[in-house]
Design a protein around this ligand. Structure first.
Ligand SMILES: [Zn+2]
Length: 482
């Protein structure tokens, strides 16, 4: 906005009659808000430049993958990830380092995971499909279970199924919709098959659920993920099929072939296991009791190494705060890094944090999460109300030079979701989502899939936003508590 225009506007406003007392003052237009942060532009540029000059975030992620490639809740790998987090936070100079305990579900995949196409009852295998048991699935008896396959593509076909799946494997084959611009939206619409497939199969009298992997990619990597049983229904085994396996099955069934499969799984659920969130802080210089939280989850599925999901988010959260500290930017409020336990199969860490910090949540000014992969940042999503949304948009506008200025409505992320009911505004980093579901929960989620430069851009975006919120003389507008 040009100064002359601004003057005209101000003059007009001054000469206007005052609004009636009963009417609440209209919020200033977004443009005016954007200018509120213009004086921060040089700081944001310096933060981004420092982030681009330092590949420490990638090296930190490398160390995590080296010491804890497999780190599902309850596993020895998770404990090693906790050690990694404490060590990285210590090296970053964070204060008040600690672990906070929780009890997490303890599911083990086991060694046996096999789906074979067989010739007739008890017949020899004539081919195997790439599968991964879904997290929480029961196993099969030794030797496996055998049945023919019935396919459903979508809820309408499931509802019209009648008795056809009784005694069979029920094959859920609704693909993620490639026409959705946002792959997260396509995932959100299709993922019921993974989370509820076993329960729906049991309701239909089927012996097990086979679910097409939640990915747009055609390959032979099955994508695992959480599922849940319903208390009143039998617990039947559930597996993800690679997309190539799903397409082969679908093709055979469409050709009228009767496909018989033998499924053998040795996965099992043990008693809940002790787990922990890991926490460190950069204490605020003026209002240390007010907290701006940055979170990610430390656990990961066991089929890849969780480089994107969510090793990247953990490394970014620590690196962003380390960056500010190294630059001598100690904000007014405290920055708290929280690396959560058990996001993937239970959210035990997120629940424990909200319960243990209940008394303090009124002083949580904002929570930011990174859990959508270590890709180039595009902006943020938020559950903030109109005032917070405008304020966040004005802050993010300063990240336009790195393409991270877009702010959209959303829920922020799973780990911080437990803070929402207390009125804490939730914000999620939104990176480029085009490739996330290629790797998500699959053997493809490896360090080679992560570009250091993209991690550095994301770290810069997170650090800048943390700085803007935590150093803002004004407190970020709170949401109504629910
Ligand atoms: Zn994740």
């Amino acid at each position: 906005m040009k100064p002359s225009v601004l003057c005209v506007c101000l003059a007009a406003a001054c000469s206007a009659p005052p609004p009636p007392a009963a009417e609440p003052a209209a919020p200033p237009p977004l443009e005016a808000r954007a200018s509120d942060f213009e004086f921060r532009r040089a700081e944001v540029e310096a933060i981004v430049a420092a982030s681009l000059a330092d590949d420490g975030v990638f090296r930190s992620l490398e160390r995590l993958i080296e010491v804890a490639p497999s780190r599902l809740a309850g596993s020895p790998g998770y404990d090693r990830a906790v050690e990694w987090a404490l060590s990285e936070m210590r090296d970053a100079g964070l204060a008040n380092l600690r672990t906070e305990p929780c009890l997490a579900p303890h599911w083990q995949r086991g060694d046996v995971e096999r789906l074979a196409r067989v010739e007739g009852e008890g017949g020899a295998s004539v081919g195997e499909y790439a599968i991964a048991a879904l997290g929480g699935s029961v196993g099969t008896p030794p030797g496996g279970i055998e049945a023919e396959v019935v396919r459903v593509a979508g809820r309408a076909e499931l509802e019209a199924l009648g008795d056809r799946a009784r005694g069979a494997f029920l094959f859920f084959d609704e693909a993620m919709d490639p026409r959705e611009i946002d792959p997260f939206a396509a995932y959100g619409r299709a993922v019921w098959q993974r989370s509820r497939g076993a329960a729906e199969a049991a309701r239909a009298g089927a012996l097990g659920a086979l679910v097409r992997s939640m990915t747009l990619r055609r390959d032979d990597f099955p994508h695992t993920g959480a599922m849940r049983y319903e208390p009143d229904l039998p617990q039947v085994p559930a597996v993800a099929l690679s997309t190539l396996a799903a397409e082969d099955l679908a093709r055979r069934l469409a050709a009228g072939e009767r496909v018989r499969l033998r499924l053998e799984l040795s996965c099992r659920t043990l008693a809940d296991a002790p787990s922990a969130n890991v926490i460190g802080e950069l204490v605020g210089r003026e209002k240390p009791e007010e907290i701006v939280l940055v979170g990610a989850h430390l656990d990961a599925w066991d089929v890849g190494v969780g480089a994107h999901d969510d090793g990247a988010g953990c490394a970014e959260a620590i690196a962003a705060v380390r960056l500010l500290k190294t630059m001598g930017l100690q904000p007014r409020r405290t920055l708290r890094v929280v690396l959560y336990a058990n996001e993937e199969n239970g959210l035990a860490g997120a629940r424990a944090y909200a319960a243990d910090h209940r008394e303090e949540l009124a002083r949580h000014v904002l929570a930011l999460e990174s859990d959508r992969g270590g890709f180039s940042p595009r902006g943020f999503d938020t559950n903030a109300g109109p005032e917070g949304f405008a304020r966040l948009s004005a802050m993010a506008a300063l990240l336009e030079p790195i393409g991270s200025a877009r702010v959209q409505p959303g829920d922020g992320g799973a780990d911080i979701s437990t803070l929402g009911p207390s009125g804490v505004p939730l914000v999620g980093l939104v990176p480029d989502g085009a490739r996330y579901f290629d790797v998500h929960h699959a053997g493809r989620d490896t360090l080679e899939q992560v570009a250091p430069r993209e991690l550095q851009l994301a770290t810069g975006a997170i650090a800048a936003l943390l700085w803007l919120v935590a150093d803002d003389p004004q407190t970020f507008p709170r949401n109504p508590a629910r």
